[in-house]
Design a protein around this ligand. Sequence first.
Ligand SMILES: Cc1cc2nc3c(=O)[nH]c(=O)nc-3n(C[C@H](O)[C@H](O)[C@H](O)COP(=O)(O)OP(=O)(O)OC[C@H]3O[C@@H](n4cnc5c(N)ncnc54)[C@H](O)[C@@H]3O)c2cc1C
Length: 371
Amino acid sequence: MVYAPVAHWIWGGGFLAGDGALDFAGGTVVHVNAAAAALVAALVVGPGPAGLAAAAQLNRTGHTVTVFEKADRIGGLLRYGIPEFKLEKRVLDRRLALLEEEGVVFRTGVNVGVDVPTTDVQHHYDAVLLAGGAERPRELPLPGRDATGIVQAMTYLTSQNERCESPERAVDTALSAAGRHVVIIGGGDTGADCVGTAHRQGASSVTQLERLPMPPSTRAADNPWPLWPHVFRTSTAHEEGGVRSYAVDTTAFLTDASGRVRALRTQQLDPSPDGRAGTFVARPGSVNEIPADLLILALGFSGPAASPLLDALGLARSAAGTIVPDEEWRTSVPGVYVAGDMQRGASLIVWAIDDGRRAAAAIDRDLMRQA
Ligand SMILES: Cc1cc2nc3c(=O)[nH]c(=O)nc-3n(C[C@H](O)[C@H](O)[C@H](O)COP(=O)(O)OP(=O)(O)OC[C@H]3O[C@@H](n4cnc5c(N)ncnc54)[C@H](O)[C@@H]3O)c2cc1C
């Protein structure tokens, strides 16, 4: 297993908790009214796990909280990234219903910085928490990249999650794996989510390619406890089928006469003869063509997406493009805070929740000093 079920991570953070002694259906999980009347106004941009955890905590502390989301539904990657087979959206929805009962105001379809000017946001709210995630996907700029049928993993996964939310929505055939030979480039967890989705859509075949060598089955000498064990893992999506190939480098995308991808050209990689860690050379005579009529890029994320909001604020950034907070979650712009993947880079739900809670506590400290 790559991940314990997502719900485990979330329950670990207590955010979507609802098992054991706590019971939604039995009415022991109920909304909590803030003890004090509204103190000051806070705005959360982006209701993924970081933004939602912060909104819940700020609201319970007694602040009025408004949450803006540019998509049509609340949840960030919990909603449109992680597939339904890993995180059932009813788990998210029941918690969102409680947050709304508690008084958190959600506004969807609002791209802050585009639909609402950045200056208005800064003027109307005492604190602004940026929790917009790390949405910029890594690219593979090879010959043939513009062919139809080559898509980013989030485009593919979002399309399927939208259909799960609205089954009446017509299948987007351009993004469907049904009857297609699907190749996923990227051997990580997002790639595994694409494997499981492609199988559910009825793919003819599913192949996942990874550029790095196959991990060992037990810890290598340079990977001792307590470091995270870099060992071969099999997720439930992998247990369902498909082929995984390691040390495979893609060198070109090949198209048919209509401009649609039909295959990718690959070569096998071997460790560099000079023994330098992490460097590889092409194995002579290993060039291969793998048929593909849907090719999904699952290469990870390189930081927050470019946005008018971030441009207008002109925040201090790291070399990787993430937003750099101080130890109190403040950005370089007064009154503007940041939490989650936007400052950490692409990570895990449990970290986003922790960030959101810590940022909420820091915002509360600052607001109460000013009140
Ligand atoms: C496919 C996939 C599967 C994953 N599976 C797991 C898993 O199994 N377990 C795990 O722990 N982690 C998993 N992760 C990672 C996890 O989902 C993220 O680390 C986490 O969601 C980050 O939370 P966040 O709140 O920082 O941002 P996000 O969840 O990315 O939410 C940010 C939200 O902000 C909105 N937004 C951005 N800019 C604006 C703006 N200007 N105006 C309005 N709204 C805006 C976005 O639309 C988005 O909805 C997965 C990630 C992916 C991509």
